[in-house]
Design a protein around this ligand. Structure first.
Ligand SMILES: NC(=O)c1ccc[n+]([C@@H]2O[C@H](COP(=O)([O-])OP(=O)(O)OC[C@H]3O[C@@H](n4cnc5c(N)ncnc54)[C@H](O)[C@@H]3O)[C@@H](O)[C@H]2O)c1
Length: 355
């Protein structure tokens, strides 16, 4: 169960987060900062002025170093400087459609970049717990109705999905060859699906696309209206990542390995359902289906079986899809109306922990 007590272990811990300038990384850093951790970030610079990292003023709350994970010397220098006890690796090229345009960049970042992070981790004596973020898309997708389990076959049709499956294999090799035998050291990969929440401005994602359209008074056009996704608020998988790391610090061997974090069945909805719920929460707007028949392949049906996290970590999702959408729209509306993003995000983290 995630609450303040179960995460108390992070107080005073030196925690390195790669990808801190991104959507999920910025939320994770703020949460760790609230828990009293000493947080260090390593990533490329934020892309836009209104990125969550900038709106939070995260630069003032954590120590951020701008760097590329494809540069092993720079990665090692950051580990040497920070001497982290805990590592969360989130830096990645995270977009399926962009991966069709830039397959090499995607593999270089998500596979070779992850090798560099694991290599630096292998040589970093202060480290005790490592959490590598991959994706639910790392599984070979058979478009079947059952949820994927951690021991199901890896695969990936598009370059992004394949790069995340490859990162899993790289991790597995480092785990078996080096980490497994290291005393007092635990390492895990974490696999989650589509997350929503305030502060995401990525192209080709349904929530940022919808919010942009609503703010401009335009219709929301849906490429894949009938695709089914396991929607969850960004704080849900992050709570799982934190719980895994907290458990790795206490019993590294027992909690090492792969973990799925997905929502319950009622939060598995079509893209069209989600868009209509966003419009209802915003209070105005229109949804239009505009399927692209020559669009690159994207998975239609994909969800996770999370029995392992439920049973062994006692992790459960807290915010079902309606609450997740409500909190997300409230965040964007608040910021649109001039409210302070740091206050909104901090309040949502506190409310999540108290839920
Ligand atoms: N957002 C989702 O729905 C989702 C779903 C499943 C998995 N994930 C995974 O979660 C992680 C974070 O995703 P996100 O949505 O926050 O993405 P994002 O695009 O918002 O953030 C990506 C981060 O990675 C950094 N980065 C990219 N290339 C880099 C490089 N070469 N060197 C250093 N830093 C680099 C960026 O600067 C940024 O900080 C990724 O690993 C992604 O694959 C995301």
């Amino acid at each position: 169960m995630v609450n303040k007590q179960s995460l108390e272990i992070f107080r005073g811990k030196r925690v390195l987060v790669t990808g801190d300038t991104g959507f999920k990384g910025s939320w994770l850093c703020l949460w760790l900062h609230q828990l009293g951790a000493q947080v260090y970030g390593y990533a490329l610079p934020p892309k836009n002025e209104d990125d969550h990292f900038n709106l939070l003023g995260l630069n003032n709350l954590i120590e951020h170093v701008t760097g590329d994970i494809r540069d092993l010397a720079a990665v090692k220098a950051a580990f040497d400087k920070f001497q982290p006890e805990v590592l969360f690796h989130l830096a990645a090229q995270p977009l399926v459609r962009f991966s069709y345009a830039e397959p090499k960049l995607t593999f270089d970042t998500n596979v070779a970049g992850s090798v560099n992070i694991l290599e630096a981790a292998r040589q970093c004596e202060s480290l005790k717990a490592v959490v590598i973020v991959t994706s639910d898309k790392c599984y070979r997708n058979n478009e079947w109705v059952w949820g994927y389990r951690e021991n199901d076959e890896l695969g990936g049709h598009d370059p992004y999905s394949a790069s995340k499956a490859a990162a899993e294999l790289v991790f597995s090799s480092y785990q078996d060859s080096f980490f497994h035998a290291r005393p007092g050291f635990g390492a895990a990969t974490v696999r989650a699906g589509n997350v929503i929440g305030g502060g995401d401005w990525a192209a080709d994602r349904i929530v940022p696309d919808a919010i942009r359209a609503l703010r401009n008074g335009e219709e929301i056009f849906l490429r894949n209206p009938n695709s089914t996704r396991p929607w969850q608020h960004v704080l849900e998988p992050l709570s799982g990542y934190l719980l895994v790391a907290a458990n790795l610090l206490q019993d590294p061997k027992c909690y090492s390995g792969a973990w799925n974090f997905g929502p319950n069945a009622q939060s598995i909805r079509t893209v069209k359902d989600l868009a209509e719920m966003i419009v209802a929460a915003w209070g105005s707007g229109r949804v239009e289906s505009a399927p692209q028949h020559n669009a690159p392949h994207e998975a239609n049906l994909l969800h996770l079986n999370c029995d392992k996290a439920h049973q062994l970590l006692h992790w459960q999702p807290k915010w079902e899809v309606a609450r997740a959408i409500g909190e997300t729209v409230a965040w964007y509306r608040g910021v649109h109306q001039g409210q302070n993003a740091l206050e909104i995000s901090s309040r949502q983290i506190t409310q999540y922990m108290e839920s």
